[in-house]
Design a protein around this ligand. Sequence first.
Ligand SMILES: [Zn+2]
Length: 218
Amino acid sequence: MAKSVKSAERKKKGGKSAQTGKPSRAEAEAAVRTLIRWTGDDPDREGLLATPARVVRAYEEWFSGYGEDPRDYLSRTFDEVGGYDEIVLLRNVRFESHCEHHMAPILGRVHIGYLPRHRVVGISELARLVNVYAKRMQTQEKMTAEIAGCLDAVLKPFGVAVVVEAAHQCMTTRGVHKTDVTMVTSRMLGAFRDQVQTRQEFLSAIGMRGATPVGDAG
Ligand SMILES: [Zn+2]
């Protein structure tokens, strides 16, 4: 009884997503039962009996990004750029995330461009990088900045450009019910921020030249 030594929780690889006091699966399922009762339904009726377990498993997928370090995916870089000094561009990387305000889905796509200095990275690694950040509770602005910042820090290219275009279901299915609105956010670093021509080349390649930073509400 007197002995209650709290063991320091050591995260391997220095991961920063501290999950101190993570509840048990049973506690998480009980919380879902509470939410079902909050809607006015009965968690003990037959159709809902397995729902808490399913929801908790779905959460494991939707929020799998907390257990991963995005830098791991970029460590598999190819050092040889072979004199290539043009923009590397990945368009239309689809993602599914959840807004941190309502935990409602954010569905959209990411466009990534960078100007390699020494290193390039595989296409699938870039797509996985997007996934690590998407599979967390997010704001679109934060996710855009995180993707750009991580690429910039690890690859140290001449510049990074990230544009994210997404629909937020907390806006389309509730609240203001603006079903056609998409939000566009961008983060330009290095050459993409400093050189108009480089930025325009990127925006034109993703079909957004002259685009305003806010989606057309049509
Ligand atoms: Zn929201």
